[in-house]
Design a protein around this ligand. Structure first.
Ligand code: ATP
Ligand code: F6P
Length: 497
């Protein structure tokens, strides 16, 4: 997806509480999932490290000369680290997350990036919906380290609104040609830039997302990757919704631990299909829902009793085991010992002969993820490998852990949104099913060479240490052990959008 040597930075622009950090982490999670090196550089974190977190609004006053110096220092430190990171990874996408509300700041960033051979794409979130902004402050800013220990939410609201006003005094939305003069004496950063007058932002690459996407302005987006990023940012929304996942009910092949095929449900699988509608209606109430299944019998049989609109996606079909389709793991080990061993060495990259690898599945799922981002309430009924890939997208789990995630049968997973990421809640239906999970083999030394050896390990070994990310809290999924009646608190914990 990324040509060698390509280095792009998405430079966020916008007043505080406009969702810049939210967008930054979503972009980073999406690209990392597709295998692109990606990292967010959040200037607020540098500011908290350099000058501390508990600063009131006056720190952001554009006439506060001492603070201006410190803010520039933080911005430069983040840029410096970003260039260092590009030096290490060679190609990748960085997201530079700060307000960047003035032309002079943006010109400075552009100049620095040009010097370091990094392509710049600006992304502005512009929003004048005061109710939404208040909600953002209430839901996200009051839990920020900036207000740690402040109990009175109204004083947080008042201080943060004043912070926004300070930025508003000098804010120059993207795309201008410099005709709006800077307020006198305000934000003299960087120290008088003689070229600023010639800096016309209509010449640069940018996306402006206005009022959460009710309008978009796209300017001079040229490269393939930039256009993928733009398309993704255009599609994400923040409406409250429910996203549910389930594997099909236990199948006849699951009973024999056979791979692939197009079997029907086992007797217990059928019981799961019968029990599913009642759990889904408990989780959703009377909200509308669309159910997506694969084209294989076991998923449509599982979804058959769900009284909602349904759609089949070929892209949701199980990972294709090629020559090994229909075999058991023991058959594969006996008939194709080299391939069996190779899969344990690198399960994410291993492609079955005539079939697919996990990486292939991630790539074919990209349109599903894009559509999922655009949609409202969706339930996906699919397969173990496919749901691992989708789970990894939302929880920001890397390729080492992804193929070993534990996605049990007869369990519904529900996404819940956190400030900048997601958690997953599990609702287990109390109907027996076989365990199809194989633990990650332990690396052992054989004859001086590091090799893998299959071990059953602990049941949770695969998810005990998911790759921690900046983007999501990567909390372990909670398994509700209450069968058909998950604790009411869990049902109440509906995603906040
Ligand atoms: P700051 O400059 O203080 O760091 P920010 O612009 O980075 O603020 P976030 O911390 O990302 O703001 O705010 C998160 C909130 O913004 C979430 O509640 C999210 O729902 C909301 N949000 C996400 N996208 C948008 C958008 N395009 N416009 C307005 N709000 C959004
Ligand atoms: O809330 C605004 C904020 O995100 C601060 O946390 C951070 O210090 C600042 O923006 C970074 O942007 P700038 O350096 O442009 O002020």
């Amino acid at each position: 997806m990324l040509a060698g040597g390509t280095r792009i930075v998405v430079v966020m622009v916008g007043l505080p509480a406009r969702g810049k950090t939210y967008i930054s982490y979503k972009v980073s999670r999406y690209l990392a999932w597709l295998g692109v090196n990606c990292r967010v550089f959040n200037v607020g974190e540098y500011r908290r490290k350099l000058v501390g977190a508990k600063l009131d609004h006056s720190f952001f006053d554009p006439y506060n000369a001492a603070a201006i110096d410190q803010r520039l220092k933080c911005a430069m430190m983040a840029l410096h680290d970003m260039f260092k990171w590009f030096g290490d990874v060679h190609s990748g996408v960085a997201v530079y997350d700060a307000t960047n509300t003035t032309r002079s700041r943006r010109k400075m960033i552009l100049d620095e990036c040009n010097k370091h051979d990094v392509e710049v794409m600006f992304c502005e979130s512009w929003c004048d919906d005061n109710d939404l902004i208040d909600m953002n402050i209430r839901e996200v800013k009051r839990t920020s380290p900036d207000y740690k220990g402040v109990k009175d939410i109204e004083s947080v609201m008042a201080d943060f609104r004043r912070r926004i006003d300070h930025y508003g005094e000098v804010y120059e939305p993207l795309g201008g040609d410099g005709t709006r003069p800077l307020a006198k004496g305000a934000y003299p950063l960087p120290p008088t830039n003689p070229t600023l007058e010639d800096y016309n932002e209509r010449q640069v690459s940018f996306l402006r997302k206005i009022n959460v996407g009710s309008r978009m302005v796209i300017n001079r987006i040229t490269s393939y990757l930039e256009s993928r990023i733009v398309y993704f940012i255009m599609n994400i929304h923040i409406a409250t919704r429910s996203v549910l996942f389930s594997r099909h009910g236990e199948s006849m092949y699951n009973l024999d631990q056979r791979l692939g095929g197009d079997p029907s449900l086992s007797p217990n699988g059928k019981k799961y299909a019968e029990a599913l509608p009642s759990l889904i209606s408990k989780l959703l109430g009377d909200q509308p829902l669309t159910v997506w299944t694969s084209t294989l019998k076991r998923t449509s049989e599982t979804a058959a009793g769900l009284p909602y609109k349904k759609m089949q996606w070929k892209a949701l079909d199980e990972l294709d085991a090629g020559l090994c389709d229909g075999l058991t793991y023991e058959d594969v080990e006996r008939e194709y010992p080299d391939e069996y061993a190779m899969r344990d060495e690198n399960k994410f990259e291993f492609r079955y002969r005539g079939g697919e690898s996990y990486r292939d599945v991630v790539l074919r799922l990209e349109p599903v993820i894009m559509e999922l981002e655009r949609q409202q309430n969706i339930m996906i009924v699919s397969h173990q490998a496919v749901l691992r890939c989708i789970y990894a997208y939302f929880l920001d789990i890397g390729p080492d852990e992804l193929p070993y995630l534990k996605i049990p049968l007869h369990t519904v997973m529900k996404l819940t949104w956190t400030a900048y990421g997601c958690d997953i809640q599990m609702y287990k239906i109390d109907i027996d099913a076989v365990d199809t999970h194989r633990a990650k083999p332990k690396a052992v030394k054989r004859g001086g060479i590091l090799k893998s050896s299959s071990t059953n390990g602990s049941a949770n070994a695969s998810i005990a240490s998911p790759a921690k990310s900046q983007a999501s809290s990567s909390k372990l999924p909670l398994e509700s052990d209450t069968g058909l009646s998950p604790a009411p608190a869990e049902i109440d914990a509906v995603g906040k959008g």
